[in-house]
Design a protein around this ligand. Structure first.
Ligand SMILES: CC(=O)N[C@H]1[C@@H](OP(=O)(O)OP(=O)(O)OC[C@H]2O[C@@H](n3ccc(=O)[nH]c3=O)[C@H](O)[C@@H]2O)O[C@H](CO)[C@@H](O)[C@@H]1O[C@H](C)C(=O)N[C@@H](C)C(=O)N[C@H](CCC(=O)O)C(=O)O
Ligand SMILES: Nc1ncnc2c1ncn2[C@@H]1O[C@H](COP(=O)(O)OP(=O)(O)OP(=O)(O)O)[C@@H](O)[C@H]1O
Ligand SMILES: N[C@H](CCC[C@H](N)C(=O)O)C(=O)O
Ligand SMILES: [Mg+2]
Length: 493
């Protein structure tokens, strides 16, 4: 059965239980479509209950546009006699199963490893992708920064794509000869069943801290979403968890997978120890072997341990893995360093959660030799978890000599409202060292103008992003470009 080619509805729903089918299953489905505006003749339109609207409202539009079949949770009042209706308790979950079959169950033919956790998913998935390519495998990557099939870059719209795009990408990867695929599994993806129907060879848990409560509402729901990934792993898979995170053991409470652990603090299958950390590199001990890495920071020590563990669990030789890991570089916008002519260090980092910001600033604090100043430029995104705003400002103040609060992606919010919420987290004693410069470019330029030789400027929150999302329009904006432009202002007038 060829992936992505027209298939009979009967085949697509063959192994799915508890469906009520109205009309004939003996029809050919040419495409799976989530958005009524994209329906064409032969489509199966999937009606999902979303966060903004209910896809069920668009069933009639989809039928008018030529849909052959509809997957829904509730039948519309008006049934069309030449359309087949498939009624399921949960359209999103069934969509995953159907998408998997439509695209040839590619995940079963690939070695697919998923990474979940609040921070470190992109880093771990990208390191695994780079490592396995260096080991000689053809690989695919699904990440926040970009999707990749070997050297070919496919822009990503989400951390984890929807089930249709996801299964389509996996089929492309298989077609192009990939044997291994490394992907991020976001909590949204688990909650919305974007990964339902996928066959994983392994799952990795990095950590869980405050984020996305706008979507999950409670921390408990957020934990449950992440745990849902491990609950659905098969017996043949491994579940590799960071046991230094106290939720690590919760994640694997009900998993059928083989549980393995990694840690910098306690006994674990993969045990690491930091020996030293400098701007030039990190020295670690991993399972009694000493290694130097190019990437730095305690958070990366965790990421490298996870990658090492996963590679060994996938059958790779530990010595070879460590040698290959030692030369890896951080993914774009993850602790990326820039050096000015007047010896100022600029670090562009995607820290957009309180925990990530604290880790990055903690790492910078540990890297300081003496009296260098740390200047932090940071903002928070609009239409996202508002609770993290004052927390991130407080963390920036705690670890920096100077803080410039600025705009991130305001989306549909007023950036000044976001900044006012951030300011609530600034302790009164830190008012003097904190200022608000809404214009992000001006904020970065100001940071450089105030810095002296040896000082470190951290620009946090946007990392690899090359846009600023203002009222739904993405304007070109790249922290790295602006930093380099600012560094070009040397000598300072
Ligand atoms: C909150 C969230 O996850 N939203 C995702 C969700 O959209 P939604 O639930 O808001 O959809 P909706 O607008 O209510 O519409 C409901 C349904 O009606 C359909 N519709 C709508 C209008 C119409 O005319 N016709 C029609 O058929 C829509 O196609 C949809 O299927 O389903 C859409 C289709 O799959 C996603 O594109 C969309 O991602 C939005 C853009 C998004 O920003 N998501 C972020 C929050 C996200 O998913 N982030 C995670 C995690 C990031 C991290 O960990 O840091 C990620 O994996 O990227
Ligand atoms: N293991 C880790 N623990 C804590 N913080 C980390 C870890 N790895 C990276 N970070 C910090 O978090 C930021 C985001 O890292 P990364 O992009 O790898 O995470 P992510 O989980 O993919 O994020 P997203 O949810 O946006 O996809 C980094 O720029 C760094 O500041
Ligand atoms: N995947 C995260 C990225 C946040 C990045 C930050 N720059 C922001 O815009 O809030 C999200 O969509 O919540
Ligand atoms: Mg990511």
């Amino acid at each position: 059965m060829e992936a992505g080619q027209g298939k009979s509805l009967a085949t697509l729903v063959a192994n799915i239980e508890k469906l009520e089918i109205t009309g004939s299953s003996d029809v050919t489905i040419q495409s799976l479509i989530l958005d009524s505006r994209k329906v064409t003749t032969g489509s199966l339109f999937i009606a999902l209950r979303g966060t903004q609207t209910d896809g069920h409202q668009f069933i009639a539009t989809a039928v008018k546009a030529g849909a052959t079949a509809i997957l829904c949770e509730e039948l519309p009042d008006q049934i069309s006699s030449d359309v087949t209706y498939v009624k399921a308790a949960d359209s999103a979950q069934v969509m995953g199963l159907i998408a998997s079959t439509f695209y040839g169950n590619s995940s079963e033919k690939l070695t697919l490893v998923g990474v979940t956790g609040t921070n470190g998913k992109t880093s771990v998935a990208t390191f695994l992708f780079q490592l396995f390519r260096n080991l000689g495998y053809r690989c695919g990557l699904l990440s926040t920064v970009q999707n990749q099939v070997e050297d070919e870059v496919i822009p990503s719209t989400h951390t984890t794509p929807d089930a249709i795009a996801l299964n389509h990408l996996l089929a492309t990867m298989l077609e192009k000869g990939c044997s291994h695929v490394f992907m991020e599994v976001s909590s949204h993806a688990v909650a919305q069943h974007r990964i339902s129907g996928l066959h994983f060879a392994g799952g990795i848990f990095t950590n869980i801290t405050h984020d996305h409560l706008d979507f999950h509402k409670t921390f408990d729901n957020y934990i449950k979403a992440k745990k849902g990934f491990f609950d659905q792993l098969p017996k043949s898979a491994f579940a590799l968890v960071n046991v230094d995170d106290r939720r690590g053991s919760v994640m694997v409470q009900n998993t059928n997978a083989r549980v393995e652990t990694y840690s910098l603090q306690t006994l674990a299958t993969y045990k690491g120890k930091m020996i030293s950390d400098t701007l030039a590199g990190m020295h670690m001990e991993i399972n009694m072997r000493e290694v130097w890495f190019r990437v730095i920071g305690r958070f990366n020590a965790y990421n490298l341990l996870a990658v090492y563990g996963a590679a060994v669990l996938l059958g790779e030789d530990p010595e070879v893995v460590l040698t290959e890991l030692s030369i890896l570089k951080s993914p774009p916008g993850r602790f990326e360093q820039f050096h000015s002519a007047d010896h100022i260090v600029g670090i562009v980092d995607y820290a957009h959660t309180p925990d990530a910001l604290e880790n990055v600033l903690q790492t910078i604090t540990e890297l300081r030799n003496g009296n260098e100043k740390v200047i932090t430029v940071v903002g928070c995104g609009g239409n996202r978890d508002a609770e993290k705003r004052p927390k991130m400002a407080a963390i920036a103040c705690k670890f920096s000599n100077r803080v410039i609060l600025t705009s991130d992606n305001p989306r549909f919010e007023d950036p000044n409202d976001i900044l006012a919420q951030m300011q609530k987290g600034v302790p009164p004693l830190d008012y003097k060292k904190t200022s608000v410069i809404e214009d992000r470019k001006e904020a970065i330029f100001t940071a450089y103008s105030e810095a002296g030789p040896g000082d470190i400027i951290l620009i946090a929150g946007k990392g690899h992003e090359n846009y600023q999302d203002i009222k739904g329009v993405k304007h070109h904006f790249d922290d790295k470009e602006i930093l380099i432009e600012a560094f070009g202002n040397y000598p300072k007038s």
